[in-house]
Design a protein around this ligand. Structure first.
Ligand SMILES: Cc1ncc(COP(=O)(O)O)c(C=O)c1O
Length: 400
């Protein structure tokens, strides 16, 4: 019998972290690898936010805080939710954790019993199914299609719901596809949820501010106020504020659920880093002026990557509304042979061959629950993107 817990055997390590690690190893060995695997902006944290962190250290704000966050940050989050999402919350309805990841994990740990089902639209962020499994629940994957731009239809949602469903996890704009639901598309899904009062919705609004071509972000509790009492609205500062290393995420929801999440946090990590919390206060209350400027850059990169990948025979690359990912299909390349003699049987073989033969690291689609595709993160320099896409073009042109 293994010394390790049986629960652990149900989960796998994060494949996105695995790709990033492999690319880093090859780089360290002297190879000129371009990594398009990591899901973090290449921008530095804005200066005013860094200054707030430094000021917090200087002022001695370096001690334990309340387990789920300082009041000043909870107030800043309430103000943000009102300003950006027309949602009214009080500080006792807010939970702050060590990144969006811990917030989602706490919520699942706080609510799932064995056999409880969680509907996860695919393609999904890699961590959702494994977090559900770790919490003792059962992930139920609801597959969307490329034809519908990777967005779940009301019928597909309806088909995934059973009497055992506890949550729908809803992520828009999406990692890995960048797909964002507009108001009508989201209303059609919340209408389905209104017919199933036992189902709650856990939103993942991490990419809220990363939207292009006038796409307007919306979130379930805003679109259907009747869902307010069974919605946990989750968000964080990692992506939009280029604060991935600071580790601050948050959730807003019913008091009882927030209290349950606090209990878990108080017995696991205690509070998120005090210094990071003060920096996050500045992120949410301070100037938001750099957001449109960053989005201009992201949009330019998205357009560059979409046009260079779309030019490849056998690749279809939809134009996403937001985030910093594209999720092209390689359906037209399956069965072909690379210059080194590898047969592209599936997207994992494609991604491995691309790394080994063309020095470009991407993440294969099977990791996100929809194949045959791969995910490109365009949160890297224009220069690197151009070179990487040229390499992908040459790699594909050499296929026979
Ligand atoms: C969809 C999505 N949700 C949550 C997270 C986690 O964010 P954080 O770094 O704040 O834990 C990520 C990060 O990759 C993400 O892509």
């Amino acid at each position: 019998m293994s010394f390790l817990s049986a629960t652990l055997s149900r989960v796998k390590p994060s494949p996105t972290i695995a790709v990033t690690t492999k690319a880093a190893e090859l780089k360290a060995a002297g190879r000129d690898v371009i990594g398009l695997g990591a899901g973090e902006p290449d921008f530095d944290t804005p200066q005013n936010i860094k200054d707030a962190g430094v000021a917090a250290i200087a002022a001695g704000k370096t001690k334990y805080t309340a387990p789920d966050g300082i009041l000043e940050l909870k107030q800043a989050i309430c103000a943000k939710l009102k300003r950006d999402n027309a949602l009214e919350y009080l500080p006792n309805q807010i939970s702050v954790g060590t990144g969006g990841k811990q917030i989602l994990y706490n919520a699942l740990m706080a609510t799932l019993n064995p056999g409880d089902e969680v509907v996860i639209p695919a393609p999904y962020w890699v961590s959702y199914p494994d977090m559900v499994l770790l919490a003792g629940g059962e992930p139920v994957v609801a597959p969307a299609t490329l034809e519908n731009n990777f967005k779940l239809t009301p019928d597909q949602l309806e088909a995934a719901i059973t009497p055992k469903t506890k949550w729908l996890i809803f992520n828009s704009p999406s990692n890995p596809t960048g797909a964002g639901y507009d108001r009508a598309e989201l209303k059609a899904l919340t209408d389905v949820l209104m017919r199933h009062p036992h189902v709650w919705v856990m939103t993942d609004d991490m990419y809220e501010h990363l939207a292009y071509d006038g796409f307007e972000f919306c979130t379930p509790a805003e679109i259907e106020p009747a869902l307010y009492d069974r919605t946990l609205t989750c968000n964080g500062v990692s992506k939009a504020y280029a604060m991935t290393g600071w580790r601050i995420g948050y959730a807003a929801g019913p008091v009882e659920l927030i209290a349950a999440m606090r209990k878990i946090q108080s017995q696991s990590t205690s509070n998120p880093c005090s210094i990071s919390q003060w920096a996050a206060v500045e992120a949410l209350n301070g100037t938001q002026d750099f957001l449109p400027a960053n989005n201009e850059i992201f949009k330019r990169r998205r357009d560059l990557v979409v046009s260079m990948l779309s030019a490849i025979d056998g690749i279809t690359c939809p134009v996403p509304e937001g985030a910093f990912y594209v999720y092209p299909s390689i359906a037209g390349l399956i069965g072909k042979t690379t210059a080194a003699g590898t047969i592209i049987e599936n997207d994992e073989v494609f991604a491995t061959a691309l790394l080994e033969e063309a020095d470009v690291a991407v993440v294969f689609g099977a990791a996100f629950g929809l194949s045959p595709n791969f995910r490109v993160s365009y949160a890297t320099s224009d220069e690197a993107l151009k070179t990487a896409c040229t390499r992908i073009q040459e790699f594909c042109a050499a296929l026979t």
